[in-house]
Write a protein that binds this ligand. Structure first.
Ligand SMILES: Nc1ncnc2c1ncn2[C@@H]1O[C@H](COP(=O)(O)OP(=O)(O)OP(=O)(O)O)[C@@H](O)[C@H]1O
Ligand SMILES: [Mg+2]
Length: 600
């Protein structure tokens, strides 16, 4: 059994000895101040933690409760002990009573001082906690809480956490299995599941590829065009980059080699004569080419008067009145000769057609037949320019010429043609966009690549017309990360709506004038775009939004890795211009090399 009086006596004598030490007053004051301080802070924290359900809060609550209990126990113990001694002292002999009273007097001063100091420090700490620490901690708790749904309204600051990481793979691994199932492989989902479109759907629709430079339009082209080659289609690529894209020609060349189909390369920027734009063209086709390429149509301005005269003259030339127009240089020479005294009036037309005729790539009446690819399949790759004025004039004419050749075909006959038009703003013209529906019927599907909606223009029509035609005729779209606000909004609108949880919380103002969110969150369902503007702006590399094949989804495209090759077009026989200046220009070393197709 514990001898309680003896224990108390021993404790008292220890205390007695201690209390007579010189530093006892200060220590006592500090102990009392500390206890009061801790008591206040603990009570404040406990009060806040009352409604909090998080485990961290529960832990703190438990520690706080323990602390309060400890302080309370020691406080009660001290009080009981003090009362016992005080009452006991009254029964003691007088000299003891005086000593005990003296002791109380010497204790009371440091105890009161300590209590006041602890109270002040505690109140300051409670104010600081209430104004800064608790609101901060409450926000952290709210952020760290795992929500019951991951579909929620997005926040531009945190949306990247919701988006998947880039996926790298070799697309060729998926081509054969997809082809066997009658599907076209587009890319992989976040879960590595392949995303496909049925071949029938792909052939029935034009596809729009939208994304800024370097976003992956060329990579998507590699995947889609490689599969077209494997299906035995005719693939035509227009690439207005000088000398062609860095990778696409190499990828398509290696696919052609594997499939045993021809790969034809035309470079509009070299000095080599390579093809004849007017080969087998009828008078009507030539006049359409000239009207579009040289902008001879009506535009509702004063210049129409001259333009119409020029068009009438060009028409006569196209119909063979001044000699058979076998090629652009031949037509240019014939027109200039026939103009005679009217040359000054027709100067606009003659100069423009001269500029065209001076492009070395078309100074031949043989070379690569634009129609050959339609018959034999394989690839026709045309590298152009996004800067050279003459080439900019020629490029839309080549596209139009190919469309004319496709329009000639009977419905449902001939090989399917997949035509990839990179940077459409340099390539489209009104007759081409007007033919979008018809050529689909004639077995041609286009892949139209451009950077943003602003680039959706024709050389001879306003943006609204072009955008409308493309919008209606392209029912499949693959859109990469985008920053242009109008384009972002346009993509967002097409991804469809989903219901998500929108959170609402009550916020109250605490006594220290800080706002603290309540623990309870209310959730209500609201509509959000399936892939919204925040996501579109922060899509990871190689990730696009596929629209038009079921519900819109995120798709990862990955490049087809091949050895990079440099391509030189085969040269055809050069035809000489009859004009004096051009004859002089011709002398500077133009070679006549037999057409050998390709030399990588
Ligand atoms: N076959 C390949 N092998 C390795 N890297 C590739 C291959 N094809 C593309 N890339 C890389 O992938 C990235 C995207 O290129 P891509 O050609 O698709 O861009 P883009 O959207 O077509 O832009 P641009 O307007 O410049 O043509 C680039 O960094 C490019 O170097
Ligand atoms: Mg590209």
């Amino acid at each position: 059994m514990i001898n309680l009086p003896l224990v108390c006596w021993k404790a008292f004598t220890l205390f007695w000895v201690y209390i007579h030490k010189p530093e006892a007053d200060v220590n006592l004051a500090l102990i009392v101040a500390g206890l009061v301080f801790l008591l206040l802070v603990s009570l404040r924290l406990l009060h806040w933690m009352e409604q909090t359900g998080a485990w961290l809060a529960a832990l703190i609550r438990m520690l706080g409760a323990l602390l309060v209990a400890a302080i309370a126990v020691s406080g009660v113990f001290t009080l009981v002990f003090g009362i016992a001694v005080w009452f006991g002292g009254r029964e003691a002999p007088p000299e003891y009573a005086e000593v005990i009273q003296a002791l109380y007097k010497s204790l009371i001063h440091p105890a009161v001082t300590g209590a006041i100091a602890g109270l002040i420090a505690g109140m300051v700490a409670v104010f600081y906690l209430t104004r800064y620490t608790i609101p901060h901690f409450a926000t952290m708790l709210a952020r760290g809480t795992r929500k019951s749904h991951d579909e929620e309204l997005t926040d531009a600051r945190t949306v990247s956490d919701l988006l998947p990481e880039s996926v790298h793979y070799d697309p060729r691994r998926y081509f054969d299995s997809c082809q066997r199932r009658g599907e076209v492989f587009v890319g992989l989902e976040r879960s590595k599941k392949s995303v496909t479109v049925s071949v029938q759907r792909a052939l029935q629709s034009h596809l729009q590829l939208v994304g800024p430079t370097g976003s992956g339009k060329g990579v998507a082209g590699q995947t889609l065009l490689s599969q077209a080659i494997r299906r035995g289609e005719a693939v035509i690529v227009f690439d207005p980059k000088v000398d062609g894209d860095k990778w696409l020609p190499s990828v398509l060349y290696s696919e052609c080699k594997a499939a045993g189909t021809p790969f034809r390369f035309i470079n509009l920027c070299t000095e080599l004569p390579q093809f004849n734009l007017l080969k087998d063209a009828t008078g009507r086709e030539i006049i359409q080419l000239l009207t579009t390429g040289l902008r001879l149509g009506r535009r509702g301005s004063e210049a129409d008067f001259y333009r119409l005269a020029e068009r009438a003259f060009a028409k006569r030339g196209a119909q063979g009145e001044f000699g058979i127009p076998t090629s652009i240089p031949a037509l240019a020479d014939a027109l200039r000769e026939a103009a005679g005294d009217d040359a000054e009036k027709l100067r606009g037309l003659l100069d423009q057609i001269d500029e065209l005729a001076d492009i070395p790539a078309i100074q031949t009446d043989e070379g690569v037949g634009l129609d050959a690819v339609l018959e034999q399949g394989g690839v026709l790759y045309i590298a152009g320019s996004d800067a050279d004025e003459d080439i900019l004039l020629l490029q839309p004419m080549i596209v139009l010429r190919l469309i004319q050749l496709i329009r000639r075909r009977e419905r449902d006959t001939g090989r399917h043609v997949t035509m990839f038009l990179d940077e459409v703003k340099y390539l489209l013209s009104v007759p081409v966009i007007n033919s979008l529906g018809l050529i689909r019927d004639r077995g041609c599907s286009l892949i139209l690549a451009h950077q943003a909606l602003e680039d959706l223009v024709c050389i001879d029509a306003d943006r609204a017309t072009t955008e409308g035609a493309v919008r209606i005729n392209c029912t499949l779209r693959l859109c990469y990360r985008q920053t242009d606000p109008r384009t972002v909004q346009w993509i967002e609108e097409q991804t469809g709506k989903i219901l998500v949880n929108a959170e609402s919380r009550e916020i109250s103002r605490n006594p220290a004038l800080s706002e603290v969110p309540h623990e309870v969150r209310r959730v209500q369902q609201v509509q959000r775009a399936k892939i919204d503007a925040n996501m579109i702006q922060q899509l990871p590399d190689g990730c696009g939004v596929l629209i038009g094949a079921g519900a819109s989804k995120l798709v990862f495209t990955s490049p087809i890795r091949v050895e990079r090759l440099k391509f030189t077009p085969g040269a055809a026989n050069k035809i000489s211009r009859r004009g004096v200046e051009t004859l002089l220009r011709e002398d500077d070393g133009s070679k006549t090399v037999g057409l050998d197709g390709l030399s990588p």
